[in-house]
Design a protein around this ligand. Structure first.
Ligand code: AMP
Length: 291
């Protein structure tokens, strides 16, 4: 097996991708912001399944500044390149693409970076409302990463449901020759969705953080126990009450919607998707599930 490689510029990444493509090898891609956990690793395995042994799996590790608002956690976002390299190597990744801010968003003044990609529908509500510039940063960086890695298949996590929907739409609308795959959310034993941001949580915050998953399970029980569906407003009230019982938790939003179109549902029946964002202390966590 060839050793795992690492590259840091789009030009070098494109040359590798071009070589692999000429050799007829399929390229599977997993974009991440690093501080890798088992959720990320499950995406790497999915990428490998999709491209096979003869294919190539590329993982990008890049904390993308344009998807953070000025008051958000960009500067304290956790990083551990050594640990990330080990996890990638163990998962059989062929290459890490870890560009720097200089090559991704060059310069100030006249020659500075000035192009963005915006999806105008699916990214409006929920995360887009709480974090107005977030998806513009995500679609822009994923476009740049696709253009560097030239993947056949890109794997995203269901943990970020709205993000996956936005990327799928962007890929279709802009004719990227990339198959977008969404893989299931990996959870800790107590139900907390794995996330790099869980590292911010103190012990008591960590206990209370299970409230997101509990809200999803409670809503699911309510919806599955009703024949004609449950009014979304009633379910939202119950979620708010459950979250307010945790002293360190504060609900940012909860929404019930169509899993494909993300259209909000007034009456929530089987097969609706639910997503919520909760601050636990200073840490903002998101989760979602089918109800
Ligand atoms: P991030 O590094 O948080 O930007 O995430 C990179 C990719 O991993 C995204 O496609 C996420 O949806 C996915 N991801 C993050 N957490 C999980 C998880 N717990 N299970 C599955 N995928 C995840």
């Amino acid at each position: 097996m060839a050793p795992m490689r690492m590259t840091r510029t789009p030009g070098a990444m494109q040359r590798w991708a071009g070589t692999w493509r000429r050799e007829g090898r399929r390229i599977g891609f997993v974009p991440t912001m690093g501080y890798l956990h088992d959720g990320h690793v499950s995406l790497m395995h999915e990428a490998r399944r999709r491209v096979g042994r003869g294919g190539v799996v590329v993982v990008s590790i890049y904390v993308n500044p344009t998807q953070f608002a000025p008051a958000e956690d960009l500067s304290r976002y956790p990083r551990d390149m050594k640990g990330d390299r080990r996890r990638c190597r163990e998962a059989g990744v062929d290459m890490i693409y870890a560009p720097t801010d200089d090559v991704m968003y060059p310069g100030r003044g006249e020659g500075r970076y000035s192009t963005y990609v915006v999806e105008e529908q699916l990214g409006r509500g929920m995360e887009g409302e709480s974090r107005p510039t977030h998806f513009r940063g995500v679609t822009t960086v994923v476009t740049k990463l696709f253009n560097a890695v030239l993947p056949d298949v890109a794997v995203f996590g269901a943990k970020d449901w709205q993000q996956a929907a936005v990327i799928r739409r962007m890929t279709r609308d802009l004719d990227f020759p990339v198959r977008v795959v969404v893989a299931p959310t990996q959870r800790e034993k107590d139900g907390l969705a794995m996330s790099s941001r869980n590292a911010y949580l103190g012990p008591e915050e960590r206990r209370q953080a299970t409230v997101l998953h509990r809200c999803i399970e409670e809503a699911r029980r309510r919806v599955r126990g009703s024949r004609e569906g449950v009014p979304a407003e009633a379910l939202k009230g119950e979620v708010a009450a459950t979250v307010s019982r945790e002293p360190l938790a504060r609900l940012d939003y909860v929404e019930f919607f169509d899993p494909e179109t993300l259209e909000p549902r007034a009456t929530v029946g089987h097969g609706s998707q639910m997503a919520l964002a909760v601050f636990v202390g200073r840490t903002r966590l998101i989760d979602n599930g089918r109800v």
